[in-house]
Every structure is written in C-alpha cells, then in structure tokens.
Design a protein around this ligand. Structure first.
Ligand code: MN
Length: 348
C-alpha cells in the first residue's frame, strides 16, 4: 500500500511540507489545473509539479484527474481531437514517471452533495447528501455550484449540454466509454500507466443525467470493455458505499483479487434511513462502512497500489476547500496507517 494525499498545487492552503510530515506518506495526488478540459497539458507544467513534489520528498506518480471532455461522453464527431489530446496527456505523464491516472465518466457534474458545511453533533462540519435538499435543487438556474463541478459553464452552456444529454441513453454512454477506452488503453499499456476510473458519486442518476459506474454488475461490464490490467479502478469506498446495495468489503476483495484496483479512496459515510448520507470521520465506528474489513481485503491480496484518505470533515476551526482540509484527512491517514500496520503484523 502506498499512502498518498491529494494536493491542489501551490494555491492549496494545505502546504505540501505539512503533507510530508504525515507518517508513511509516499505520494502526492495532483493535476495541472490551469488548462481547459480536453486540452493537452504543457510539459513544463507537468515537470514543475513533479519537481515541487519531489523537492518536498514525495513521489509524483498519481494524477487525479485528467478530465474527460463532454464531447467524448456524448460521442460527438469532435471527440476525435479530444481523444488524441487525452492520448498525448497519457504519453506526457507516463514520460514524467506517472504510474496511475484517475478519471471519471460522469456526465456534466462530478461529485454531488447538497450541503458542504453541515454541522455535526461534535461541532465539526462535513459534506452531506440529503435527498430532500436535492429535490429542491435545479442546476439550470445557474445559481448552483459545488467545488467538484466545472464552474466554467455559463447558464446557457449548461442548458445546451443538458439538451444534448437528453438524447443519450445509458447504452449510448456505455458505447462512448468503450470507444474512448479502446483508444486510450493501448497508449496506457505502451507507457506503463494504469488508468483508474472513479465510480459515480453518488452511484445513481442525478438531475436526469445517466450514470453507469455504479454497482458490481456495471463494474464487471466496465472491466470487460477492454480486458487489460491497465483498464482498472479507483475504488472509492464513500462513493460506491453510500448505498447499502453495494457491499464494499466484497467488491474490494473481488477486484483486488483480479489485480484491477490501482487506487483506493478511503472514506466512511453514514447512510441514513431515507438513503441520504453524511460523510463521517474515517474509523468504522463513525459511519456505515467496515473500514478494517476493506483494508483486510486489500492486505490479503498484498495490495501495492496507491491509497489515499478521501474527504475529511472540517475540524479544529480549519477552513478551506470543503472535504480537503489537512487535519481530518491527516487523522484519516493515521488511522489507515494503524489498521494497515496491524494487519501486516498479524500476517507475520
Ligand atoms: Mn473518491
């Protein structure tokens, strides 16, 4: 297991020097943020990030994310150019020593929550998804924005995009994903880079937009689209695991055995009666997921991919990017280190 931590570059209020001080920290998870979605990342920007990471004593091996342009998801003729750019990004990143690229295939919106600062009983605050709140949200008013979303859309642009997706069925989305993978996985293979799709978060359709990386059956289908090791997973426990229909221990066990998990996102969530959920602290007792059993499934299969604490709460008065403060994620890292060390010692 290689412990890693997301860092948003020099603009991130969490300093890379602080990340290094978390015990057993191996890698930084980052991206080039100043290039529009779909374009090629300048080599100088990639190498600058690599240098900043290595100067801080950490490895530059995981990118999250290289975003997939909407034209690729929509299967438009213009996708050819964006797929070529994507291939070039894989080549450039591979050349710079990157081993794993996380991405997702969610139409329009990345992860969705209904509130970013829900105050919990202990006075900390966290990201939550309340079904009732979602029903009152309309993305087309132009008033909504979440840190996980691309804020470059205008109100009109978003309306047009929604209209385009009205013609896209789930089967179309599968077909467009297959088309994309058939062209990028061979490049990943050549560059020795593992592609790791992030599951849809949450794993059900939002605002009428289709979502397909949602459950065991669909992940099986995804892995068979291009049946190569380089076509793998970012297994995000908090994304897939926010519905009780996904058994995260079983899924981790299954895909770790197949060698298809390249990146783990460890996050705990508390599932509520009506299917809403709250992000919680990492330990099993704080949420609905058995984090130890998930780590044991990884340990049993000698998992040597990357693993990072995912979203944390805001604690100790910290402010900053929701989900991405230092303190609670560092506590999460420490907890995961402890669980891992215990499992390794018990294995003997
Ligand atoms: Mn995640």
């Amino acid at each position: 297991m290689k412990l890693s931590f997301r860092w948003y570059g020099p603009e991130d209020p969490v300093k890379i020097e602080y990340i290094r001080q978390i015990p057993h920290m191996h890698s930084i998870v980052t991206a080039v943020y100043d290039v529009p979605v779909g374009e090629v990342w300048p080599e100088e920007s990639i190498l600058k990030l690599k240098k900043q990471t290595e100067d801080a004593g950490l490895h530059f091996e995981v990118i999250e994310s290289v975003p997939v342009h909407e034209d690729i998801k929509l299967g438009k003729p213009t996708r050819e150019r964006y797929i070529k750019n994507y291939q070039e990004n894989i080549r450039r990143l591979g050349k710079a020593g990157v081993k794993c690229i996380c991405y997702n295939f969610m139409p329009v919106f990345d992860w969705t929550r209904t509130q970013l600062d829900k105050v919990l009983e202990d006075g900390s605050n966290a990201l939550v998804y309340y079904r009732e709140q979602l029903e009152g949200m309309n993305p087309l008013t132009g008033e909504l924005s979440l840190p996980g979303w691309d804020s470059s859309y205008t109100k009109e642009g978003l309306k047009d995009l929604f209209a385009e997706y009205e013609k896209i069925t789930e089967e179309d989305l599968w077909e467009n994903l297959r088309y994309f993978l058939e062209q990028v996985i061979p490049v990943a293979e050549e560059m020795d880079v593992n592609m790791a799709i992030h599951p849809d978060d949450p794993p059900w359709p939002i605002f009428g937009l289709p979502r397909i990386i949602t459950c065991e059956e669909n992940i099986d289908r995804f892995l068979k689209l291009v049946d190569k090791k380089q076509n793998g997973l970012t297994l995000c426990t908090g994304s897939l695991g926010c519905t009780k229909t996904n058994d995260m221990v079983k899924l981790t066990e299954k895909y770790a055995a197949q060698g298809r998990i390249h990146f783990m996102h460890m996050r705990n969530v508390k599932i509520l009666e009506d299917g809403s959920f709250e992000e919680s602290a990492h330990p099993s007792s704080c949420g609905s997921l058995d984090m130890v059993a998930i780590m044991k499934a990884l340990s049993d299969h000698d998992f040597d991919g990357y693993l990072r604490p995912d979203h944390g709460r805001m604690i100790w008065g910290e402010t900053g990017k929701p989900g991405y403060g230092l303190y609670d994620r560092a506590l999460g890292a420490s907890y995961l280190n402890g669980v891992w060390e215990t499992l390794q010692k018990l294995k003997g």
